[in-house]
Design a protein around this ligand. Structure first.
Ligand SMILES: *Cc1c(COP(=O)(O)O)cnc(C)c1O
Length: 384
């Protein structure tokens, strides 16, 4: 059996090796490292794939979120609502821009931001909501967009974990994650579903004016050479990374399907266990999501009941099986994001999830033998 890894990028590389090396060689021969044709080509390819008017590549996913907020003209003191159960980058950029992060609880089944909690958190200072499409499945965007419309506030999608996922509206219409809100941000960190071989990110929008503003911000606030109209940043996707992404994008749907295959195999092993809760799919997709493309399983995350999560983690570690705890500490309890406005009772779900979640190896190269080995080890400890 091949060694089990949390993410196996080495085996995945073999498939696109020739193409990547050919592109690298061309870029090295031309020394077109910055703003080369690969970057523009990738931008166009991704616009087509997502069905979005503008993709603006940038240096990483954290920058993408920050630049999106700068582009919308959010000002110090503006409140931005986001999920308590997420990676810190989301709240970090809000705080960095001197906006006020307002963390709210999530749904116990999908792990995504809870629309009711958003409603309760809205004040006259609220200017934006940042739903995170956690673990590869969209937050309830139809409800979130409705709330945003009612209160005239922006929606910025943190799509770092769900590129390639579809969102199904109540009327059956499908749209790609990241292209639903006013603006979307994604990361091409190597372990993401569409990852490059270093850092990378992108911002998406259908708004021509916003796209123009953002294109200036990523390039030192320049709209005309050496004329700096706004304070910007330097945030670029380089040509080598764009070449990797261009080679991988045509495979993204297949990569997502490989992840879903692994998820289905895990699901059938754990579905009937009384202390294991398998990942739940969104309400709109109830019953069909096992085979449809609304979940791209960036992570395959179980909830372990009976206070057995940490014991299971130790057992897996002893068995040489990698796992992840995403996330062990709620953001509202992180020193950097403490705020008097929060009470522990505001976050019952996140607090519980942090004690119960465990993510199993999930990537495009898992085979049946490896999955069996993993499920056997989990059930060995959990019984059944
Ligand atoms: C990875 C990630 C980011 C940050 O992306 P980087 O490219 O590492 O800066 C932001 N938000 C979420 C939810 C992520 O998973």
């Amino acid at each position: 059996m091949r060694k089990i890894q949390m993410v196996d990028l080495v085996t995945q590389y073999q498939d696109i090796k020739t193409e990547v090396l050919d592109s690298f060689s061309q870029i090295l021969e031309n020394a077109s490292f910055i703003n080369g044709p690969e970057v523009h080509g990738f931008q166009k390819d991704l616009e087509n794939y997502l069905g979005v008017k503008h993709v603006i590549p940038c240096a990483n996913g954290t920058d993408a979120l920050q630049i999106a907020m700068m582009g919308l003209g959010l000002k110090p003191g503006d409140e931005v609502i986001t999920a308590d159960f997420t990676f810190a980058a989301t709240a970090e950029v809000i705080a960095l821009l001197q906006l006020t992060p307002v963390l709210v609880d999530v749904d116990p089944h999908t792990f995504n931001i809870d629309p009711e909690a958003i409603r309760k958190a809205i004040t006259t200072k609220t200017k934006a909501i940042v739903p995170v499409h956690l673990f590869g499945q969209c937050a309830p965007m139809e409800e979130i967009m409705e709330i945003a419309k009612e209160h005239d506030i922006y929606v910025i999608e943190d799509n770092a974990q769900a590129i390639g996922a579809n969102y199904r509206f109540g009327d059956g219409r499908l749209q790609k994650a990241g292209a639903l809100g006013d603006v979307g941000a994604t990361s091409f960190f190597p372990s993401k579903n569409l990852g490059c071989y270093g850092d990378g990110g992108a911002i998406f929008t259908n708004d021509d004016d916003l796209a123009h503003i953002i294109r200036g911000i990523v390039n030192h606030g320049m709209y005309e050479r050496y004329h700096h109209d706004v304070v910007g940043v330097n945030s670029r996707l380089d040509s080598l990374q764009a070449a990797v992404l261009r080679a991988k994008l045509p495979h993204l749907d297949r990569y997502c399907e490989k992840r879903r295959e692994a998820a289905r195999a895990y699901n059938s092993a754990f579905r009937n266990h009384p202390e294991i809760t398998i990942p739940t799919t969104v309400r709109e997709c109830e019953g069909i999501c096992d085979t449809c493309d609304c979940h791209v399983f960036h992570q395959y995350t179980l909830r372990i009941g009976g206070g057995k999560r940490d014991g299971l983690a130790e057992h897996l570690a002893a068995s040489g099986i990698p796992f992840g705890i995403y996330y062990p500490i709620p953001l509202h309890r992180q020193k950097a994001y403490l705020d008097k406005r929060y009470a522990e009772g505001d976050f019952p779900v996140t607090n519980q999830l942090c004690k119960e979640v465990i993510s199993l190896p999930m990537h495009t190269e898992l085979d049946d033998e490896q999955i069996q080995h993993i499920t056997r080890a989990v059930l060995e400890f959990m019984g059944g």
